[in-house]
Design a protein around this ligand. Structure first.
Ligand SMILES: NC(=O)c1ccc[n+]([C@@H]2O[C@H](COP(=O)([O-])OP(=O)(O)OC[C@H]3O[C@@H](n4cnc5c(N)ncnc54)[C@H](OP(=O)(O)O)[C@@H]3O)[C@@H](O)[C@H]2O)c1
Length: 290
């Protein structure tokens, strides 16, 4: 059961940077068409130039879609239908995160996060799955975070959305497995800031974006349910699974202590701070551990 990547049409949500951009680079020599989505089309134009330079016959469609906006997914589908685009593989990758103490966060921000990380991937999947089942081919890859395995004070909503994505993906997978539609969840760990264009050596835990994208794609193509990219992260996550819940609470308390110290030291003081990045020590997602 392999996802129909070769000569297929792949929709990447959140392709302007990070893992999404690396996935686009990896997929570009193989697919017929890439549909690249980010909040602003402008942010995708340089990537399109780069991909076309290397793959002149590739079809590249750019589309702006703010996942935190409730009507945006409908607009995206209307656009795809108008252009007769049939999506073979969906990659949910947009990274909408926030950090800070829950009580101090603006409700609007929390709502946007739930929209982008829960409702939008659920809706995208729902809209695409029916046609995939009818055709008997398709695939859904969701790039999320190892935060799905942790308790993260300072990133309460983000951590909860990752649990949703994990459970959603694993459960859906069982429903559609026999129909030949692979569904994979990637619980990524700490990633290096710079996209690695060459085979850069990274520390045990910190993985390059390119390597993360490569391992995510390889796991998806092997039909794996869950991928932990990176050897160090993989072992840490496997170990965590064996440890009691109370141990994870202890880790969470440590993280909270660190976050509170940072907030107290912040020049603006608690409540008005520019929140520090929370726990998983990763750029682009909450990290709180110190
Ligand atoms: N980076 C890490 O260290 C790390 C670690 C573990 C897991 N992850 C997970 O990996 C995935 C990708 O992360 P990343 O760091 O590669 O992301 P990134 O570099 O921040 O890029 C995220 C992409 O998502 C788009 N995006 C963000 N919010 C959006 C919204 N509301 N609507 C539409 N598009 C939106 C961005 O578009 P714009 O350019 O328009 O903003 C961008 O194209 C996420 O699920 C994240 O949780 C990341």
């Amino acid at each position: 059961m392999r996802p129909p990547i070769d000569n297929g049409t792949v929709l990447i949500i959140g392709a302007a940077g990070g893992i999404g951009r690396e996935l686009a680079r990896l997929l570009s020599p193989r697919v017929r068409t890439l549909v690249l989505v980010a909040r602003e089309v402008e942010a995708l134009k340089a990537l399109r130039e780069e991909l076309l330079l290397r793959n002149p016959t590739l079809g590249v469609m750019l589309r702006a879609c703010r996942l935190d906006d409730p009507g945006a997914v409908d607009d995206l589908f209307a656009h795809l239908e108008r252009h007769y685009v049939r999506v073979d593989v969906l990659i949910n990758n947009a990274d909408h995160s926030s950090s800070g103490l829950y009580a101090e966060e603006r409700w609007k921000r929390i709502e946007e996060l739930v929209h982008a990380n829960v409702l939008a991937p659920a809706m995208l999947t729902h809209r695409l799955l029916g046609p995939m089942l009818e055709r008997g081919r398709g695939g859904i890859l969701t790039i999320g975070s190892g935060a799905a395995r942790l308790f993260l004070p300072g990133a309460v909503t983000f951590a909860a959305t990752q649990r949703f994505l994990d459970g959603f993906s694993e459960s859906l997978r069982l429903e559609v497995k026999d129909a030949g539609i692979p569904v994979t969840f990637v619980a990524a760990g700490p990633l290096a800031l710079e996209p690695a264009l060459d085979e850069e050596v990274t520390p045990f835990f910190e993985l390059s974006l390119r390597q993360c994208a490569r391992e995510s794609l390889a796991g998806f193509e092997r039909g794996e349910a869950l991928v932990y990219p990176g050897l160090g992260h993989r072992w840490m996550m496997r170990l965590l699974r064996l440890l009691p819940r109370s141990f994870k609470r202890g880790l969470g308390r440590l993280a909270l202590g660190g976050l509170r110290r940072k907030l107290l030291l912040s020049p603006s003081g608690p409540g008005t701070h520019e929140p520090p990045r929370p726990v998983l020590l990763a750029q682009g997602e909450p990290s709180s551990a110190t």
